[in-house]
Write a protein that binds this ligand. Structure first.
Ligand SMILES: [Zn+2]
Length: 285
């Protein structure tokens, strides 16, 4: 692990006038890379982005970095267990509004998460000398938000865009179509840097976004080719092996869920169909 990814240490990652510190949670792994990045934003008064997993050691680290300064908002990109559960624990120590979207109905995501009110796409939350604009970016999950730090143009991307790994799309709540739409939407924003929930800051946002879109399009082409090559209808595991022949075996269960997201998108577009969990290419009319 790189020296700048030390659990619990506050690393300065700001790219403009507003101080931004990254605090790494002790939950590194296959799906989290070095671990979850919590961000502490601001000078005299703060905003926290993605408090992280419910880990007392991480709460201690965050409280140390906060250092008694008032917190004007806890911003939560989404409610997976490595992002939101620390919110409830932090609220034992500090008072702050909780900004995020409610847990999707029927999902088994963080039951402790409770936003302070209804929040809306494009809403701007004014803070001490800066603001955060909420961008609804469904895809990875339906209740995903990115937060744009203004005026510095740093976008906190949660799991929408990661560094060093590709976000998984988890149907039925996650949607490949929504994911691509959410990526394309960011092409229209004035971004200076991307601050992901896992991995390092990325300084060429539009290049990264273009690359991600191309990666998904490429994978979709591969799915269509695999469907065409297999003459009978195919199971998800059989297709996964073919479409993700470049992915290490331990990640295949996740790849399989993302493949399902691709197939559902193709089904919506009339390019694939399924019968009893066997998938086939819809012949062009
Ligand atoms: Zn997630």
């Amino acid at each position: 692990m790189q020296a700048d990814f030390q659990v619990g240490a506050a690393v300065s990652v700001g790219r403009g006038d507003i101080p931004v510190f990254r605090v790494l949670a002790p939950n590194g792994g296959a799906m989290t890379g070095p671990g979850t990045n919590s961000y502490v934003v601001g000078g005299q008064r703060l905003a926290i982005v993605d408090p992280g997993p419910a880990d007392p050691a991480h709460i201690d680290s965050l409280l140390r970095v906060i250092g008694g300064r008032p917190v004007d908002g806890i911003f939560v990109t989404h409610t997976h267990s490595d992002h939101s559960p620390a919110t409830a624990l932090l609220l034992n120590w500090i008072q702050a509004p909780v900004i995020g979207l409610p847990v999707p109905e029927g999902s088994r995501q963080d039951p402790s998460f409770c936003p302070s009110r209804d929040y809306h796409d494009n809403e701007r939350i004014a803070l001490d000398g800066f603001s955060m604009r909420l961008l609804h970016t469904p895809g990875h999950v339906s209740n995903h938000l990115c937060f744009l730090l203004e005026p510095d143009g740093m976008l906190f991307t949660g799991d929408h865009i990661l560094e060093g790994m590709t976000p998984v799309i988890l149907p039925p709540d996650g949607s490949m179509k929504a994911y691509l739409d959410s990526l394309r939407r960011l092409e229209g924003e004035a971004l200076q840097a991307l601050a992901p929930a896992h991995g390092r800051i990325m300084d060429k946002p539009q290049e990264v976004i273009q690359k991600l879109i191309r990666h998904r399009e490429h994978r979709e082409q591969k799915v269509l080719r695999a469907l065409a090559a297999l003459d009978s209808a195919s199971s998800l595991p059989a297709l996964t092996e073919r479409v993700y022949d470049d992915v290490p075996a331990h990640l295949l269960p996740w790849a399989q869920r993302t493949l399902l997201a691709h197939l559902i998108k193709l089904e919506q577009e009339g390019l694939a169909s399924q019968t009893r969990e066997l998938w086939q290419r819809v012949p062009p009319a």
